[in-house]
Design a protein around this ligand. Structure first.
Ligand code: FAD
Length: 388
């Protein structure tokens, strides 16, 4: 049986562990549960269409990843894991002024073109709403000038999906070691001399031998990859996100703007407003007065009634952001048996489980289905153009 070590149990590592174990691999997951991991703070919007432009390959990938959730949820339910957080609340992409109304038309065209090609799974049939229609259907949303309504767009609680993936991985025999992992390599004589093959990982005083190692360690994959001499184009991006409680809040759909902020809701009248994207935060995971202030103001600009909402908490996570905005997914050239799954930035809850499936298939020898643009050793050409 193929023995595979997975470093990291955020949503990506949990997904990789599950998909490998379900295909018969002997899986050991090594994770040190860093409180600032991105999965624990993620908002959870699973939206195939965004207000930002993206190329066709990227749109196709987002679409496939959103559709994969439906398959995953069915597997949870078949396995008796019915307490999942996936909910098709629908999404309003909101224009707040005249210029944004023009941008909205372009997004609606993109959504229609995508749907004509792929169908309505994970999106639903789009509808343009006027200001009056928005107020009638979503009374707290008083400031929108117009919106695109996508009724089947969903949201999840990343913590819950991660846990369910780990539960399913365990049901298929995966074992967990709670410790910090370091690579064990053959042929690595010095720090500057890359290893030629993985032996496994060292963790908690144990050598976990493995035929392959998948590093799904979020932004910290950069440190692990550095052990082989690879300098990943990956950096920490802090995200602060605010949770409030507002009577009737659970009725709110996902609200996205053209200004980068958003709002979504969960049962129990929990309303979540997001989020900062701080490219120069480093690994500091504390909330800041300025960050929380900006997030809250953005929330009020969409739903003014939130000023009366009960304060619940602020969550802070460090996103694994790649310099060109694309995931880092695939084998590491020059180090046999080493694979990377990171770089998902602001869309890892959407892309993570699907990417995990593709990676698991590749590790076990399946035909390559991962876009070449995600290769770990790609050249990052113009970071400033593509950074999210
Ligand atoms: C505020 C915020 C809002 C977001 N909203 C959304 C959203 O709406 N939709 C969306 O799709 N995405 C969203 N994201 C992005 C998403 O949360 C991330 O892209 C995703 O969670 C990354 O998952 P990951 O498994 O790669 O990393 P992480 O969740 O960071 O997990 C990495 C794991 O690796 C472990 N680890 C690291 N190094 C080691 C080591 N050496 N040994 C052992 N273990 C190690 C850590 O302890 C951790 O458990 C958001 C993120 C933030 C912060």
């Amino acid at each position: 049986m193929t023995r595979i070590a997975v470093v990291g149990a955020g949503i990506v590592g949990a997904g990789v562990a599950y998909h490998l174990a379900a295909r018969g691999a002997d899986v050991v997951v090594i994770d040190d549960a860093r409180p600032e991991r991105a999965t624990a703070a993620g908002a959870g919007i699973i939206a195939p269409v965004s207000s930002r432009t993206s190329d066709d390959e990227r749109s196709d990938y987002m679409f496939a990843a959103a559709a994969h959730y439906l398959e995953l949820i069915e597997r949870f339910e078949v396995g008796g894991l019915t307490e999942h957080s996936y909910g098709a609340t629908g999404q309003l992409i909101v224009a707040l002024d005249d210029a944004e109304l023009v941008q909205l038309e372009a997004v609606a065209e993109r959504a229609s073109a995508l749907i004509a090609q792929k169908g309505t799974v994970g999106i639903g049939s789009p509808e343009m709403l006027t200001q009056a229609e928005i107020r009638r259907r979503f009374p707290p949303v008083t400031t929108a000038r117009g919106a695109l309504w996508l009724p089947a767009v969903a949201r999840v609680d990343g913590r819950n999906i991660r846990e369910l993936l780990m539960t399913m991985a365990a049901q298929h025999g995966a074992r967990v070691v709670e410790a910090r992992a370091e690579l064990a390599l053959t042929g690595s004589g010095s720090d500057n001399e890359p290893g030629s093959r993985v032996l496994g990982v060292r963790a908690g005083g144990e050598l976990v031998t493995a035929d392959a190692v998948v590093v799904a360690a979020g932004v910290w994959a950069k440190d692990v990859a550095a052990e082989t001499g690879l300098d990943l184009a990956l950096y920490p991006q802090r995200g602060q996100i605010v949770h409030l409680r507002m009577p009737g809040g659970s009725q709110l759909p996902v609200l996205n703007t053209f200004r980068g902020h958003y709002l979504l809701s969960f049962p129990g009248d929990r309303v979540v407003i997001g989020a900062t994207r701080e490219d120069d935060s480093g690994f500091d995971a504390h909330a800041t007065a300025g960050g929380v202030d900006a997030v809250i103001r953005n929330g009020f600009s969409l739903v003014p009634d939130l000023s009366e909402a009960e304060w619940l908490e602020v969550r802070v996570g460090i996103r694994p952001a790649s310099r060109d905005g694309a995931p880092i997914l695939g084998p590491v050239p020059g180090v046999d048996g080493l694979w990377l799954a990171t770089g998902f930035g602001a869309t890892g809850l959407t892309l993570g489980p699907y990417s995990a499936k593709l990676l698991a298939e590749s590790v076990l020898g399946g035909a390559p289905a991962i876009p070449a643009a995600f290769a770990p050793d790609r050249r990052v050409i113009n970071p400033s153009m593509t950074r999210r």
